[in-house]
Design a protein around this ligand. Structure first.
Ligand code: SAM
Length: 274
């Protein structure tokens, strides 16, 4: 039988604690919970608000990503969120934007890249996150409500649960950061989604997206001819937009899998570009 009170326990073992009595409560706190009591946590550090929720750890984010990716691998097209190296390169298009800029992130997933957009947001800017998968959209909303890193940006941001191709085309953006996995789509859908992104850009605006390096080459020996054909056609679609609007490609080795980030810019003079 454990002693009914932690003070009793301390009295039985005075040799364990040579500290001054005022420190004993601090030292004994884990013991009290081992005895099944619930006591106020000692305040070694300033106490956070009672509603404080720790920021989502990277492991926690990976777990949510894996759980949701398993449900919809076709539209997620990845097994892990992007690395900070990839994210930094993807958001590097967000400079020299006019005041009150409108920024779109298409396919934010758990928000691995979104966190790198936050430091670029200035007062007056607006961020729209459009995510096709409901589980991810809910996760993003949860983070805006509870994650201390996200809460300050909640007023500037909105989460839209939709395919980016379904956004009204009269909404225009100064920059789009896109995480959508074209390589796992049909060629027609890839063309539709890619074309929609360019229709949503204002003249002179920029877009970034990424694709994994070598995925096609690695999987070709293992897939059926029809799948091989699909991958080839999608590659052509991507190439069409890279050739038309591509500005620069950046290889990112520190990502799983390694990736290339494409930067694009639409012409400044006309908007009938797509
Ligand atoms: C490869 S994950 C990238 C997630 C995150 N941006 C990252 O880099 O870790 C692709 C994301 O795009 C979303 N997605 C796929 N097709 C989409 C579409 N048509 N419109 C909006 N989101 C889409 C998926 O649900 C998934 O969250």
């Amino acid at each position: 039988m454990p002693p009914a009170d932690w003070k009793e326990l301390l009295a039985d073992s005075p040799h364990i604690f040579k500290s001054r009595p005022e420190n004993l409560q601090t030292l004994a706190a884990p013991m009290t919970s081992a005895l099944g009591e619930r006591r106020q946590r000692p305040t070694l550090y300033p106490s956070p608000s009672p509603n404080w929720i720790p920021p989502m750890s990277k492991l926690g984010e990976y777990a949510v990503f894996l759980r949701e990716a398993r449900k919809t691998f076709r539209t997620t097209g990845a097994i892990l969120p992007s690395s900070k190296f990839l994210a930094n390169k993807a958001v590097s298009i967000l400079r020299d934007l006019p005041p009150n800029a409108r920024i779109l992130e298409a396919g934010p997933g758990t928000g691995a890249v979104t966190e790198y957009i936050f430091p670029k947001l200035r007062p007056g800017d607006r961020l729209t996150l459009v995510e096709i998968h409901e589980g991810f959209a809910n996760e993003l909303r949860r983070r805006f409500d509870t994650d201390p890193k996200w809460i300050p940006h909640k007023k500037q941001a909105e989460v839209v649960h939709a395919g980016v191709q379904d956004l009204p085309k009269d909404e225009k953006f100064h920059a789009i950061v896109c995480g959508i996995p074209f390589n796992s789509m049909s060629p027609d859908l890839a063309d539709d989604v890619f074309g929609s992104l360019f229709k949503l850009l204002l003249p002179g605006a920029q877009l970034s997206n990424f694709e994994y390096i070598g995925i096609r080459r690695v999987s070709v020996p293992f897939v059926k001819p029809a799948e091989r054909q699909r991958m080839k056609q999608v590659a052509k679609v991507v190439r069409k937009y890279v050739d038309k609007y591509g500005v620069k490609d950046h290889r990112i080795a520190f990502n799983i899998p390694p990736a290339v980030v494409h930067h694009y810019r639409v012409p400044a003079e006309a908007n009938g570009h797509a």
